[in-house]
Design a binder for this molecule. Sequence first.
Ligand code: PGA
Length: 250
Amino acid sequence: MRRKVIAGNWKMNKLPNEAIEFIDSLAKLVKDTKNEVIICAPYTDLFYVLLQAQGTNIKVGAQNMHFEDSGAYTGEVSGEMLKAIGVEYVIIGHSERRQYFNETDETVNKKIKAAFKHGLKPIVCVGETLEQREQGLANDIIRTQTKLALDGLSKDEVKNTIIAYEPIWAIGTGKTATSEDANNSIKEIRNEIEKNYGKDVAAEVIIQYGGSVKSKNAKELFETSDIDGGLVGGASLDPEEFSKIVNYDK
Ligand code: PGA
């Protein structure tokens, strides 16, 4: 049985004092869950979030990293730096990074390899645009993104990769994919992994759904056969709302 993993992606939100208050509230609300809870915070909040999350079941992730360990890359943060302060997860290839910051399948692949090199667990985002979906290309796109992202990884690394299927048209729009559509897309991703890494690996990989996940739709989405939790943007900014998503099974 795969576990459910619910990760909040704060994006460019929350000052340190707000982040500390959030973790304090969330910790009380999710202390009894058996689901995995991750908060992916902006770099400037990470240290505070890590301190506040000590002794709780909240794990901490970053939202991006560079693929080099160090060097002349002004403004960048490496996997080695994240690991050094105690970060455990890192989102890689979010559609906003692909769209606004020239992230490509190639840089995504390099970053995933660098994350594993430093003992970080990647949460890798894939997903199609509305145009691609309307043209009937959605499955091709997500299969290709998955294949290129994982290219060259060992079976063990693939097993330890979390994939987030996030249809771009559903992000921040209030439009959620139907649970059936999301589940089918996630099955496509799982099939692609099976094709390249075998049945055992495909059966173990955690694949989340992301795109306007709220407490109202979490249960329906997460109770399908292949959706193993969610990557949650807007609804992760409020501890009450986010805790209801984490506790969808209570
Ligand atoms: P959303 O964002 O939940 O606000 O749609 C999801 C994401 O971008 O990860």
